[in-house]
Design a protein around this ligand. Structure first.
Ligand code: HEC
Length: 246
C-alpha cells in the first residue's frame, strides 16, 4: 500500500470505528435472528413437505446403476477422470486429494494474496482462479448429468433383427448386469468395460465367447455359473452385434 493510501485508510478506519456499533452484541444479535429464521424454515419444511423414499434396498440386485444426486456429479465425473489406473487411485484422487487441495488453497488464500485491493476487476488472478474453479465444477456437473442412464427394468435394447436365440441372449445380458459395465447403442454404462455395439465384427465364434464368459479378464466377473443354454444364447447375441443385430 502506498504511504498516502495508508494514511487515508487509517483516518477512514478511525472515523468508521467511532461512529460504528460494536460487533458484540449488535452483529451477533442480527446473525442469531436470521439463523433462527433459517432453521425454522427447515423445520417447517421437514414437517409439512413429504418426500418420496424410493424402493427399498435390494442387495441382491445386479442391474442397479449407482448414480449420485446431482450436486455430487462433479465428484462422480472426477472418479472417471482418474479411472483406468488401479481400483484405489480414482477414490483417493477424487474424494480426498483434489477436494482437500482446493479447500487448503481456500484457507491459505488470505495469506498468499496480501494485496489491499478489494475491487474485483483489480484482482485478475484471484478472480481468474475463482472463475476457473466454478466453471470446472459446472462443466463436470454437466458431464455427470448427461452421462447415459442405465437400462430400466423391463426395457430392451434399441436393436433390430433379433431372432429367437438373440432375444434370449439379450434377456440374459440384461438380467446379469452386463449393462452396468458395458454400453450397447448408447444404453448402459460407458465403462469400465468396452462398448459392445459392434462386438460381432470381431468374428469370434460361440465357443470362444462362452470361454470368455467363463474366464474373462478382470475386472469383468466370471459368468461360469450361468446355465450352458444361457451362455450359448448370450454368445449368439454378442457375436451378431453390429453385423446381424443392429
Ligand atoms: C464389473 C464390470 C463388468 C461386468 C459386470 C461385465 N463386464 Fe464384460 N468386460 C468388462 C471389462 C473391464 C472388460 C475388458 C477386459 C479386458 O479385456 O481387459 C470386459 C470385456 C468384455 C467383452 C470383450 C469385449 C472386447 O471386445 O474385448 C465382452 C464380450 C463382455 N465383456 C461381455 C460381457 C457380458 C455379456 C457381461 C454380462 C454377462 C459382462 N461383460 C459383464 C467389465 C465387465
Amino acid at each position: 500500500m502506498k504511504k498516502a493510501d495508508k494514511v487515508a485508510y487509517d483516518k477512514d478506519y478511525a472515523a468508521s470505528k467511532k461512529n460504528g456499533k460494536p460487533f458484540f452484541p449488535y452483529a451477533i444479535y442480527k446473525d442469531t435472528i436470521i439463523a433462527g429464521l433459517a432453521i425454522l424454515v427447515v423445520i417447517v419444511l421437514a414437517i409439512t413437505v413429504r418426500v418420496e423414499m424410493g424402493e427399498p434396498v435390494n442387495p441382491a440386485s445386479t442391474d442397479f446403476l449407482p448414480r449420485p444426486d446431482w450436486y455430487f456429479y462433479f465428484a462422480f465425473e472426477l472418479l472417471k477422470i482418474f479411472a483406468n489406473q488401479n481400483a484405489l487411485t480414482p477414490v483417493i484422487m477424487a474424494t480426498f486429494m483434489v477436494p482437500n487441495i482446493l479447500i487448503i488453497l481456500l484457507v491459505i488464500w488470505p495469506f498468499i494474496d496480501r494485496g489491499p485491493e478489494r475491487r474485483i476487476w483489480k484482482r485478475p488472478f484471484a478472480m481468474g482462479t475463482a472463475v476457473l474453479v466454478i466453471s470446472g465444477l459446472c462443466y463436470l456437473t454437466f458431464l455427470g448429468a448427461s452421462t447415459p442412464e442405465g437400462i430400466a427394468k423391463g426395457e430392451t435394447l434399441p436393436l433390430t433383427g433379433l431372432d429367437a436365440a438373440a432375444s434370449a441372449g439379450e434377456a440374459v445380458y440384461l438380467a446379469n448386469g452386463c449393462s452396468s459395465c458395458h454400453m450397447i447403442k448408447g444404453v448402459g454404462a460407458p465403462g469400465p468395460g468396452p462398448e459392445l455395439t459392434n462386438e460381432g465384427a470381431k468374428g469370434w465364434d460361440n465357443a470362444k465367447m462362452v470361454q470368455w464368459m467363463k474366464v474373462p479378464v478382470a475386472p469383468m466377473p466370471s459368468f461360469a455359473s450361468l446355465p450352458p443354454e444361457d451362455l450359448e444364447n448370450l454368445s449368439t447375441f454378442l457375436n451378431g452385434l453390429g453385423t446381424k443385430y443392429k
